[in-house]
Structures are given as structure tokens and as C-alpha cells.
Design a protein around this ligand. Structure first.
Ligand SMILES: [Zn+2]
Length: 74
């Protein structure tokens, strides 16, 4: 099973979830503080799982514009 690690934007705790959730356009659920958030709102998303040697990291320097930019669907 492929997993990814994500940091909750509310409580800042890291947990992992199934890659399926990452590929789908759904909100993620934090098991610690019970909040739902979009992965774009997370301060860190680590794709590749804890065991992978080459971890693809989205740099933490997400700007406010990136986070709050609404996704336009056509
Ligand atoms: Zn949380």
C-alpha cells in the first residue's frame, strides 16, 4: 500500500494516509484533532511514505496565495 505523510494544519501533528486519498480530490481527516482539511492547506505533505529513501517533499514555503487560491474547475 502506498501512503503519504501529511501535517495537520490545525494541530501540526504528522500522520499518514493512503495514497488513494491524495490522488482523490477529497478532504483529509486528522485523527488527532478531528479536523477536516484539504491537502493544499497542509503545511507539509510527504509523498513516498516513511520507508521510501527518496522522499518527495513539497517545500514548506507555501504562500498564502497558494493556499487560498481557489481551484477553478471547468
Ligand atoms: Zn490535527
Amino acid at each position: 500500500m502506498d501512503i503519504f505523510n501529511v501535517v495537520c494544519p490545525a494541530c501540526k501533528k504528522k500522520y499518514y494516509a493512503d495514497m488513494l486519498l491524495y490522488s482523490l480530490d477529497v478532504e483529509l481527516h486528522c485523527p488527532f484533532c478531528d479536523v477536516y482539511f484539504r491537502k493544499e492547506k497542509s503545511p507539509h505533505v510527504f509523498v513516498g511514505g516513511t520507508a521510501a529513501s527518496a522522499v518527495v517533499r513539497i517545500p514548506g514555503g507555501l504562500s498564502k496565495e497558494m493556499i487560498y487560491q481557489p481551484k477553478r474547475k471547468k
